[in-house]
Ligand binder design. Sequence first.
Ligand code: NAG
Ligand code: NAG
Ligand code: NAG
Ligand code: NAG
Length: 493
Amino acid sequence: MAACSSGAVLAALGVLSICAVSGSGPMAEGETGGEAGWAEPWDGAVFRPPSALGAVGVARSPGPSQPGREEAVDLPVLLWWSPGLFPHFPGDSERIECARGACVASRDRRVRGHSRTRALLFYGTDFRASEAPLPRLAHQNWALLHEESPLNNFLLSHGPGIRLFNLTATFSRHSDYPLPLQWLPGTAYLRRAAPPLQERAEWRRRGYAPLLYLQSHCDVPADRDRYVRELMRYIPVDSYGKCLQNRELPTPRLQDTATATTEDPELLAFLSRYKFHLALENAICDDYMTEKLWRPMHLGAVPVYRGSPSVRDWMPNNHSIILIDDFESPQKLAEFIDFLDRNDEEYMKYLAYKQPGGITNQFLLDSLKYREWGVNDPLLPNYLNGFECFVCDHELARLEAEKAHAASPGDIPVPEPHIAQPSHMDCPVPTPGFGSVEEIPENDSWKEMWLQDYWQGLDQGEALTAMIHNNETKQRKFWDYLHEIFMKRNQNL
Ligand SMILES: *[C@@H]1O[C@H](CO)[C@@H](O)[C@H](O)[C@H]1NC(C)=O
Ligand SMILES: *[C@@H]1O[C@H](CO)[C@@H](O)[C@H](O)[C@H]1NC(C)=O
Ligand SMILES: *[C@@H]1O[C@H](CO)[C@@H](O)[C@H](O)[C@H]1NC(C)=O
Ligand SMILES: *[C@@H]1O[C@H](CO)[C@@H](O)[C@H](O)[C@H]1NC(C)=O
């Protein structure tokens, strides 16, 4: 323990500057406002996942008045256990003003055991059950932010993993603070006009393939490369990333994989030469959709997509993308793409959502309209600050409910526990992109990955049987095993 006791740290927290939670976030640079800011030409940067952000947050000047100097002593404290994500600067603590009232956000781990520290906030990608702050304190909620690929921490995609938490912000619409459209700035991003079809026909004549593939993260649980390799037998694909590469991007800057996921104008101009983009997510989970899906739509290309099984719910209309899983085989898919490639009228139907009134999916429109956080929008909080306030409001409500119960225990029951559910990160066990598990050779990297990395702890033969028969009982056994290790550790402390 450091020389300073937690009480002293909390006293120090009493001196805080006021912070408006809806101030400009880290991704707001250079943007001028609202949807208008996204009009053509597109040159903004889509929100980068927080892990990629260096210093998060911006300096804020203290407000005109400083109420709460004394008051701060009573405020609930929210402790960011993943300090790199702490969305304030400078300092380790900040008073935040939310809808229900104020809290203190801190990244000073010395406050962890304090009775006023009501919630611990974790970042999913960093979370390791073996490093979790144990034993858990009964008065503290655990809040999980995990908007990134489930691939980064598969533990959380399974019941025992996700149920460790009370509050979640994930890509799933079912999470407490949902972030499914984190890569979609707004409808204007989708409506951007497509380049003329003649231009693309010209590129085709010059030898470009109908399909683009740009992927440098190979051998992922979604088994995408095996699928694309098979597809390439039936239709030309220009592949520029490290996976299955057969062409080079024109300049070294564009070849840099750091450029590949950005909204670099030169890169976008190049990619928009293609009529179809292969868009395969690195993991298959409900509502997990990334720039791989939205960017081709922005560029007026048709995504050939495999990813979120619930992707239809989010599309601008019912005829805007090609779903790989609708096709019996890669060959059948190739035939269909070839058909569209030769039929401009049929092809253009896929871009109808760019016409006025073309976005007919009310669920999508409402989700964009009513979400309270923004992507690159200086008028709205970023979702780190947004989630922090969500947790603050939740804790203020919980405190109130506890007080009410204490005042009349006979009439008012103890507040119900709130526990995260598997639906907050719904990722079915991966299946091969095509063919059956038995047909895949033992030395295939996808199979090796599942047998060695993710299925450690289960006998490899058992793991294989579980995959082949999709035996849920056995799969659960694996996750229960991980959970058990965690619980033992919790008890021993
Ligand atoms: C798509 O939407 C159109 C217009 O709303 C409708 O007529 C059509 O039946 C729909 N198609 C499918 C496959 O749902
Ligand atoms: C938080 O979740 C745990 C399960 O992981 C549960 O035991 C606990 O009661 C929950 N706490 C609250 C305050 O809801
Ligand atoms: C897997 O094994 C086959 C035959 O034993 C061999 O031809 C192939 O190159 C191997 N593949 C890899 C990725 O090592
Ligand atoms: C799944 O595995 C369990 C445990 O090994 C076994 O008892 C059960 O029969 C299996 N179910 C199927 C459908 O194979």
